[in-house]
Design a protein around this ligand. Structure first.
Ligand code: UT7
Length: 332
């Protein structure tokens, strides 16, 4: 019997118009273009400034583009997963708001929270659901409005993050393309080093939590950096080895975009060239669950059917994951 795999069959994306570059950021906080460029590799990031708009707005626009490009009616979608840590509200879910706005009233929909590994955890979840045969047209969107939880008085975190959303369609296939292998994990070592303390059930909002800045994300950057380099490298090398992919046979590495130095270290350890790595951190910064699909969005025209692609992510938790897939379509 031919087995069913899940394949990415389309990509859509959206970034807000407003560009916050390093020069403007250097006027807001004690930093410089030189420091950010050398230590992180970011030149600018997008910020959603429009009143009354939030993460669902980013997701809706990315999905609208995806539906248009793939010639799909909203009613055809039977599954929508939104990977995010910056939902518009505690509830309802972003997925509920998206389905309401776009008329996807029959789709099973939910949000998935795995921070920077949100897209990889989402691929694992959605691909398994598609492989089961129960879902025929699924959308996974990584969407985060990181500016809503970033402290622009803190130079150690404010240069890093941006707002964006990007969506992929996943459909069943019996061809030799699609999601082939995955390493998905969590090590529990990171919960004290990357978190947002308040606003949940442990520390509901009070004047004190606001005064303390506890509604902004906190990161102990150095510790996260070290674990990100070793974990992302290990899982990416492992997935290459166990699928017998040589560095020449790998067409693309799609790494989570948190720090250019992390990306370079992972590529070096995999023995691949910079031309094999999708990079857009310079223009968008770290958009959390959106970084990886944003790379697909940016590089879609260069992707060809059958290309060997490895995705690698690392984030709060620590959560991590690596996916090996064969790209399923040629550029339009
Ligand atoms: O996406 C989820 C996973 N997240 C990541 O993977 C992020 C991992 N971490 C990182 O990317 C890096 O650790 C950062 C970019 C966050 C920080 O870079 P770093 O090289 O680890 O810098 P550091 O925190 O060790 O700071 C080095 C120096 C310090 O000064 P002293 O103590 O050496 O005098 C900081 O105060 O750089 C200073 N510094 C800055 N200087 C100018 C920290 N932030 C800034 C800044 N501008 N924005």
């Amino acid at each position: 019997m031919t087995s069913i795999k899940a394949a990415i069959t389309g990509v859509g994306g959206y970034v807000p118009d407003y560009i916050l570059n390093n020069a403007e950021l250097s006027r807001m906080v004690d930093t410089s273009d030189e420091w950010i460029t050398q230590r992180v590799g970011i030149k600018e990031r997008r910020i959603l400034k429009e009143e009354g708009k939030a993460t669902s707005f980013l997701a809706i626009n990315a999905i609208k583009e995806l539906l248009k490009k793939t010639n799909t009616e909203p009613g055809e979608i039977d599954l929508l997963v939104v990977s995010t840590i910056t939902g518009d509200m505690r509830f309802p879910t972003v997925s509920n708001l998206v389905c309401k706005e776009l008329g996807m009233t029959t789709a099973l929909n939910f949000d998935l929270s795995a921070a920077c590994s949100g897209f990889v955890y989402g691929i694992e979840t959605v691909s398994r659901m598609v492989e089961s045969g129960a879902y025929k047209k699924a959308i996974l969107v990584g969407a985060d409005m990181m500016s809503s939880i970033t402290n622009y008085n803190d130079r150690s975190t404010s240069p890093l993050f941006g707002d964006a959303a990007a969506a992929v369609m996943l459909e069943p296939t019996t061809e030799d393309v699609g999601i082939i292998d995955r390493i998905i994990g969590f090590d529990g070592k990171g919960t004290d080093f990357l978190y947002l303390k308040a606003g949940g059930s442990l520390y509901p909002p009070t004047y004190e939590t606001i005064d303390n800045g506890d509604h902004f994300l906190f990161q102990e950057g150095k510790t996260v950096f070290k674990s990100a380099v070793s974990t992302m490298s290990d899982i990416s090398v492992d997935i290459m080895k166990r699928n017998n992919i040589s560095s020449d046979e790998l067409k693309w590495l799609v790494p989570h975009q948190a720090n250019m130095r992390i990306i370079e270290a992972v590529a070096r350890r995999m023995g691949i060239e910079r031309e094999q790595v999708m990079i857009n951190i310079d223009r968008y910064g770290n958009t959390t669950a959106a970084t990886i699909p944003m790379c697909f969005w940016d590089y879609e025209k260069q992707l060809k059917k059958g290309d060997n692609v490895i995705i690698a992510s690392f984030g709060a938790g620590f959560t991590f994951g690596s996916i090996y897939l064969k790209w399923a379509y040629d550029p339009a």
